[in-house]
Design a binder for this molecule. Structure first.
Ligand SMILES: Nc1nc2c(ncn2[C@@H]2O[C@H](COP(=O)(O)OP(=O)(O)OP(=O)(O)O)[C@@H](O)[C@H]2O)c(=O)[nH]1
Ligand SMILES: [Mg+2]
Length: 434
């Protein structure tokens, strides 16, 4: 079949009786045809070996953070030159975070604790719109460090769910003194925490050994905010799997691009659209329920999901009475403890207060998983226009879920190890190789 196709295209051998002027010419064409077919087969074999993965999810769900983890785990991480280049983005994160907090203080009517800090506040707000990196001077960073210690700023920070602040604001503001040092070189964790919005399509490639054989992966990272999602379709072709990132801590926040829309509801809707997309019918979806560390902090501070579940009982029924099974509890706790390390593990197993907090956290995480799985099974439909699931949908379409903390390398490595075999097996099954 392939040989006939090549002949029709005029680039190979034609076995019609009068096509060649001599037997010699026919022999040359036959040899050339074989070479082309061999090269094509090899190309297809190589192409099947290169597995294309897409990272999808709403803005700030953690897609780029996962690609950074893949660089750390599967490539050689970041060179000193790249780390130094990141300092500018980190400084931008710091300046923008403090500007956002100061503007929110104005909106929420929260005064500074120390009136003498007001000139620092004014200086920073004057420099707010300047994009020039030179505007982030050491004096400006010193102002920010002082302002961060002001209890008015801290009070406003504690209400950050009411406005749009990056997740890593506290992380960088807490270590600003270290960042200001002239010999500061960002660590892996600093790079993972650094927030830069993705607007185009980026990709990384790496090889992994699976059962002794090298397998090449090509991972595509795209922007998740509303305006850039239309680019997703460009990369749907020949995808082996989709890693869908959902920020499970975002239930008390609105979208950066639409202040009226709940972030978590948007994540559920986009997940439903991806799951039901006809171009992706035979593609495995790996759902990363991400930011479990932030979820834990929120639950501990009493910012639970019930405000959202009470508002939308049709989507989120029976949260109050929901009880996870023992197996579900173990599944979440295992992932969470791996993500939080030994310090958090000790706190979780100590005293009644921490174990109570822990049970609320487990309940919330498992409940969220149930909501996603209802969409997978077609038991919950958020967007009426979304395609109806056919009866045999699940035969080719699989969704596996994982609880993740994208800034934790141990947790991500464990999850990626689990995903890898599944992705390869599904890919080979799909192309009839196993
Ligand atoms: N604490 C914590 N922070 C996270 C986690 N995952 C991502 N972040 C932080 O969240 C912010 C946004 O993450 P990104 O990876 O840039 O999000 P994205 O999905 O690529 O966003 P877009 O490019 O806008 O689509 C970054 O500052 C990350 O460090 C997590 O599990 N825990
Ligand atoms: Mg990104």
């Amino acid at each position: 079949m392939l040989e006939e196709t090549m002949a029709c295209l005029g680039c190979g051998y034609n076995n019609g009786p009068d096509f060649y002027n001599s037997a010699e010419e026919e022999k040359i064409a036959r040899t050339r045809n074989k070479q082309i077919c061999k090269a094509l087969k090899e190309y297809r074999r190589q192409d099947l070996r290169k597995l294309k993965l897409l990272l999808l999810g709403t803005g700030e769900s953690g897609k780029s953070t996962i690609t950074k983890q893949m660089r750390i785990i599967h490539i050689n991480g970041f060179e000193t030159r790249e780390r130094i280049e990141k300092i500018l983005d980190i400084r931008r994160n710091i300046k923008e975070s403090m500007v956002v907090i100061l503007c929110a203080m104005h909106e929420l009517g929260i005064p500074l604790e120390h009136a003498q800090n007001s000139h620092r506040m004014e200086r920073l707000l004057q420099a707010a719109d300047t994009q020039d990196p030179a505007s982030i001077t050491d004096d400006l960073l010193e102002d920010i460090e002082t302002l961060w210690r002001d209890s008015g700023v801290q009070e406003c920070f504690s209400r950050s769910y009411e406005y749009q602040l990056i997740d890593s604001a506290k992380y960088f503001l807490d270590k600003l003194h270290e960042i200001r040092q002239p010999d500061y070189i960002p660590s892996d964790q600093d790079i993972l925490r650094c927030r830069v919005l993705t607007t185009g399509i980026q990709f990384i490639e790496f090889d992994v050994h699976d059962a002794g054989h090298p397998v090449s992966f090509c991972v595509y990272d795209v922007g998740g905010q509303r305006g850039v999602r239309r680019k997703w379709i460009q990369i749907f072709d020949s995808v082996a799997a989709i890693l869908f990132l959902a920020d499970v801590s975002s239930y008390d926040q609105t979208l950066r691009e639409d202040n009226e829309k709940n972030r978590f509801l948007e994540a559920l809707e986009i997940f439903e659209q991806v799951w039901k997309n006809r171009f992706l019918r035979s593609v495995s979806i790996l759902l990363f329920m991400n930011k479990i560390d932030i979820l834990a902090e929120k639950v501990q501070r009493g910012r639970c999901i019930s405000a959202l579940t009470d508002r939308h009982p049709d989507i989120f029924p029976n949260f109050e009475t929901f009880t996870p099974s023992s197996a579900e509890k173990c599944e979440f706790t295992g992932s969470y403890q791996r993500a939080e390390g030994d310090g958090r593990k000790r706190r979780m197993s100590r005293g009644s207060k921490s174990s109570e907090t822990n049970s609320d956290l487990v309940k919330t995480a498992v409940y969220i998983k149930h909501i996603f799985m209802k969409i997978v099974k077609g038991e919950l439909e958020l967007t009426p226009t979304a395609e109806k699931l056919s009866k045999d949908w699940h035969q080719t379409h699989v969704c596996e879920y994982f609880y993740t903390c994208a800034v934790d390398t141990n947790n991500v490595q464990h999850v990626l190890d689990g995903c890898r075999t599944l992705i390869i097996r599904k890919h080979l099954e799909r192309f009839g190789i196993i």
